[in-house]
Ligand binder design. Structure first.
Ligand SMILES: O=C(O)c1ccc(O)c(O)c1
Ligand SMILES: [Mg+2]
Length: 628
């Protein structure tokens, strides 16, 4: 398998794109005509520059409005083709994509098109060029890969094949299994793109909303399985037209693109074990059994405030690190580490962003497999010097400048708490918090697809559809990622402006981070009471909220009164019921939440989010960030 990416897929000048594409690990690029025309170099110089980056040019594209013309128009189309073939020889590429015609004067007819391609194949032959025919979803006469293949079949020329593009097939809801009828050696090239399911004009959808495989809703894996089943073992290339990506960072986009291809081909290999394509074997998507710990970088008065809050929520400081200024707080299965070191990663994190979560530990079956898969997906390993007797726990750099550690039982990493920590306070009766229900991360909306791809390619996490959260000052998009058993849940919140609560946090946290942690409990009233006894101050909700609850749901007056007394929010759906309350935000806008799920409720209290946000803003000022 060789991987490539169309130059249109990422931002920047041609030179910037090349550097980013090469660094991400691609083998080649599809060169888009516009990029080539816009560059000041000659075709020969550009070709040399691309090869200097260690990249091949498997495709030149697009050549438009070729087939079905007559008279002068037809003659000119062939002249244009000869000119392109000459240019391609200088660039050093031997494959061209011809997309199905949209020309108003083009005539239909499969045999007419086949005759045009047979003639073009003869012209291409002495150049050693392969011509590939792609059905655009909006082509005038040909808009289905089955028709494109029939034309190629009838053209019956060794220099003419068919090009398959997942967007054109899947956007028209054509069954990808129809590809299995095409002989693999007649497929010239394969382009991949995903897209969110939106009901809109096909051309507009394609030119503005494509995204990386796995970032959208199309069945790209089924498409690629069908392609691989034909015996095709040629190039696999990303062709992504996306407005957001045009303004993104070339390096991040190229890395995400490569990551999406590696994960996709791994899925294909697992589902179609007999394919000809050579796909590197990697460990499967990692099954997580939950959050082992969250680590705060903190210092001084902020650390004192955080300790007070943790105590009020029923946590006890159970152990101290043998060598570092690091303490372990625990309640139920929840571990919170406060790192007050003045050197190393936590120190950097604190200096840059103040008190916040700089590191998350996930419980996995085998930490080494997790790291192997992460590296294959282009993640960077994270290392810090370890002291004598300390564990070297495998870790990678995660999204938002944070770190992910992997803890397993199998290689004994979960013993770290006994080995590296000395017990201190005997735990007191707690407040009934049992485990971390979810981590909520905030990032810029532009980064949201990238974060989601990071998690869903590495871990066995399924994304929910995007939901809108209405902040009084703008929109926040929210997506939940959930492991099959719900043991790990991460919600991603993409902020579009800095005036939303999430956006203000983003401005403070430089690039996004965990903004809140939700703890689970089994009896929220008992937990609220136990915290009340410890002088915990919940986020106050309004009288209006509880009047509305009474109207919306069939709750007894006693239940309503209890919810109101403890500022507990409520939601229910067809599956079950949901209770939640919040602590007041601190530091740069970070907060804790407490939830109770009853009878299979699987959401996050989405309908309550606007009221929670309004309450937080009332408390802390319009910016949503309390002053330090
Ligand atoms: O949007 C287009 O015109 C266009 C051009 C070339 C392609 O390969 C394609 O998939 C779309
Ligand atoms: Mg295409």
């Amino acid at each position: 398998m060789k991987t490539s990416i169309a130059t249109v897929s990422i931002s920047g000048t041609l030179r910037e794109k090349l550097a980013a594409i090469a660094k991400a690990g691609f083998d080649g690029i599809e060169i888009f005509e516009q990029d080539f025309i816009a560059d000041e170099g000659s075709a020969r110089e550009i070709g040399a520059m691309i090869r200097d980056h260690g990249l091949e040019i498997p495709l030149f594209q697009p050549f438009r409005d070729f087939e079905g013309l007559t008279g002068d128009l037809r003659r000119r189309a062939f002249d244009r083709a000869r000119y392109k073939f000459d240019t391609m020889a200088e660039l050093g590429t031997d494959r061209i994509l011809i997309c199905s015609t949209c020309h108003p004067q083009a005539l239909g007819g499969i045999d007419r098109a086949a005759a045009d391609f047979a003639e073009l194949g003869e012209i291409a032959r002495p150049y050693g060029i392969q011509v590939g025919y792609e059905a655009l979803a909006w082509g005038r006469h040909v808009n289905d890969h089955r028709d494109a293949w029939e034309i190629v079949r009838r053209a019956d020329h060794p220099n003419v094949g068919v090009i398959l593009d997942s967007f054109h097939t899947l956007a028209r809801r054509i069954d990808p299994d129809t590809i299995r009828r095409i002989p693999g050696d007649r497929i010239t090239f394969v382009q991949l793109a995903d897209a969110p399911l939106i009901d809109m004009d096909l051309l507009y959808w394609s030119r503005h909303f494509r995204n990386m495989p796995g970032e959208g809703d199309l069945a790209v894996a089924d498409f690629m399985r069908a392609v691989a089943a034909t015996g095709y073992d040629g190039w696999i290339s990303l062709e992504i037209f996306n407005d957001q990506f045009r303004g993104g960072r070339p390096e991040g986009l190229a890395r995400d693109g490569h990551r999406s291809l590696v994960a996709l081909m791994d899925d294909v290999r697992r589902q179609e074990p007999d394919i000809a394509a050579t796909v590197p074997a990697l460990p499967a998507r990692v099954a997580t059994t939950g959050v082992s710990f969250v680590e705060f970088a903190t210092r001084g008065a902020e650390a004192d405030a955080l300790r007070d809050l943790l105590r009020a929520m029923g946590f006890a400081q159970v152990a101290r690190h043998v060598a570092k200024s690091v303490t372990l707080w625990q309640q139920g299965d929840i571990r919170i580490i406060l790192n007050e070191e003045t050197t190393g990663f936590a120190d950097h994190a604190w200096t840059a962003r103040g008190t916040g979560i700089c590191d998350v530990g996930l419980s996995v079956v085998r930490a080494s497999d997790t790291v192997t898969r992460a590296q294959a997906l282009g993640a960077e390993l994270f290392h810090q010097p370890v002291g004598p007797g300390e564990f070297d726990i495998p870790a990678i750099r995660s999204v938002g400048a944070s770190v992910l550690h992997f803890i397993d039982e199998e290689t004994g990493l979960s013993k770290v708490w006994q080995v590296e920590f000395t017990p201190i306070d005997a735990p007191e009766p707690d407040a009934g918090l049992t485990r971390i229900d979810h981590l909520a991360e905030t990032m810029s909306y532009d980064e949201m697809l990238s974060w989601s791809l990071f998690y869903t390619t590495l871990f066995d996490l399924a994304p929910s559809p995007l939901a809108d959260v209405i902040d009084p000052d703008g929109l926040v998009r929210s997506q939940a990622l959930r492991s099959p058993d719900g043991a790990l849940r991460i919600t991603l919140n993409g902020a579009e402006t800095h005036r939303t609560l999430a956006g203000a946090f983003l401005a403070e946290s430089f690039g996004g981070a965990v903004q809140h942690v939700a703890f689970a409990c089994d009896d929220i009233l008992a937990t609220a009471r136990a915290m009340g006894d410890r002088a915990f101050a919940p986020l106050p909700m309004t009288e209006n909220y509880y009047r509305d609850l009474a109207a919306r749901f069939d709750l007894s007056p006693e239940t309503l009164a209890a919810l109101k007394a403890h500022h507990i929010l409520y939601d229910e759906d067809a599956q079950g019921r949901f209770y939640q309350f919040y602590a007041r935000p601190f530091g740069g806008g970070f907060f804790f939440e407490v939830v109770q799920r009853v009878d299979g409720y699987d959401g996050y209290g989405g309908p309550n989010a606007p009221f929670r946000i309004a309450a937080q803003k009332r408390l802390t000022g319009t910016k949503g960030v309390p002053t330090r």
